[in-house]
Design a protein around this ligand. Structure first.
Ligand code: USQ
Length: 406
């Protein structure tokens, strides 16, 4: 297949490009390199040294003999170029990762909220409108998030996207409806993915676009089989307070002897998936396209759930790292249970990689190898969800210059 990977320079995008290219697909990356610009804005860098996208593609050609083409294009701001590209290249499939993906970054300031909404919602809508106009019959696979559901604790498993409900009619009988699971995003970033769902629903129903939305959990790990093939193919690995995700942060913190930064009681339960499974799920979703006129197909892309404090304890046991319980900068339930259905990917053949000590220590080894690149002052999570929470944030878990916490 000819596959356009929008956002193919990012953390899940890049290994997906390699994975699909290794399977013989013709891969085109469309990316505005905004993630690299955000590193510059925040004054941080990936733990792992990352080459330019052109250099990465050159190395891939050397290693595999396969060509990955790169097109510098801003989905949210260059509508006409996007439409022209789709008209000219007519991809068979499109994988859409091209959105600002960090919840803390989206809550940093009002400017970051506005940027995240403009970027993410425009990117998705521009893509959908352009696909219709360019008569592009590609199967669109979008990377969404488990966070659209809001990690509820209602005592029922979270279904894959849809819920059957009975509504009382005017005659007093019950009418069965299938609705999108009620969305309850916990950040401006997660809210943009909730909005994406409505855009997809409309374009599938109005224009017959074939769309799959993947509600992904928190990704951990860094290597896939393909990124391992050459040092310069290495994936990015974020550790900072905005882009680093919880388990990867704990593993890096352990590697540099930094206290593990648990927010609140650590009673938050979240869904997780290893990066290798993430790219495999994209492959499985691509092979299972809906028909024209079918509803949006929704998969829960996760393999296991864990409580944050249990993860901290696991990493601490493995590495001897200390744990620090910090005031939570986020507005989120301090404790929640989470049961998630993921039968569809299991039926399609996903064989989950679960948290194993060997894999965890492998990530700690990567972190140790590049520890000299870590700026410890960028480890604390300082983006707060409200002003009030901001004044309570403990900025330095290492104990230097602690802010008072009332
Ligand atoms: N947390 C800590 N300590 C830290 C960092 C985070 O206790 O040092 C806690 C947070 O308060 C939160 C949980 O860990 O309760 C998860 O935070 P996270 O930063 O790992 O994940 P999140 O902000 O939810 O976002 C990440 C990705 C996002 C993806 C989402 C999937 O950045 O792109 O959509 O995971 S999910 O969480 O299932 O919605």
């Amino acid at each position: 297949m000819r596959i356009a990977i929008l956002g193919g320079d990012g953390f899940v995008g890049w290994p997906t490009c390699l994975h699909l290219s290794a399977q013989g697909h013709e891969i085109h990356i469309l990316d505005n390199l905004s993630r690299r610009w955000i590193d510059t804005e925040l004054g941080v860098q990936s733990l792992t040294p990352m080459d330019s996208i052109q250099e990465r593609c050159r190395i891939w050609k050397e290693v595999s003999g396969e060509t990955i083409r790169f097109h510098l294009l801003d989905l949210s701001g260059e509508y006409e170029r996007l439409k022209g590209w789709l008209t000219e290249h007519k991809p068979d499939a499109i994988v859409h990762f091209a959105e600002q993906r960090a919840a803390p970054y989206s809550m940093k300031t009002d400017r970051h909220k506005v940027y995240t909404v403009n970027n993410n919602v425009n990117a998705t809508h521009n893509l959908l409108a352009a696909m219709v106009e360019a008569e592009c019959d590609a199967h669109l696979v979008h990377l969404g998030t488990m966070g659209v559901y809001g990690y509820s604790s209602v005592g029922a498993a979270i279904p894959e996207g849809y819920l059957d409900v009975d509504i009382e009619t005017l005659e007093g009988t019950k009418a069965r409806q299938e609705i999108l699971y009620p969305t309850k995003p916990g950040s401006v970033y997660h809210m943009t993915k909730s909005l994406d769902q409505i855009l997809f629903q409309f374009y599938a129903q109005n224009d017959g676009l074939r769309i799959t939305d993947l509600h992904q959990g928190i990704v951990w790990g860094t290597h896939t089989d393909q990124t391992r093939r050459h040092e310069q193919l290495i994936n990015r690995f974020d550790y900072d307070g905005d882009y680093g995700t919880v388990l990867n942060r704990f593993l890096i913190q352990a590697a540099i002897d930094y206290p593990l930064t648990v927010h609140g009681t650590g009673g938050q339960t979240r869904a997780f998936i290893h990066i290798q499974d993430s790219v495999r799920c994209i492959e499985l979703a691509l092979g299972d396209a809906p028909e024209h006129g079918e509803r949006v197909r929704i998969f829960n892309q996760m393999t296991e759930t864990h409580r944050v404090r249990d993860l901290a304890e696991l990493v601490s046991k493995l590495t001897g790292a200390s744990i620090k319980y910090l005031p939570n900068p986020r507005k989120e339930a301090p404790e929640n249970d989470l049961v998630v259905k993921n039968d569809q990917f299991l039926t399609l053949g996903l064989n989950p990689t679960t948290l194993a000590e060997g894999l965890l220590s492998e990530v700690v080894d990567v972190a140790k190898k590049y520890a000299h690149r870590i700026d410890r002052s960028r480890v604390p999570a300082v983006s707060a969800w409200t002003r009030d929470l901001g004044s309570r944030v403990e900025r330095d878990p290492e104990g230097k210059a602690l802010k008072s916490v009332s």
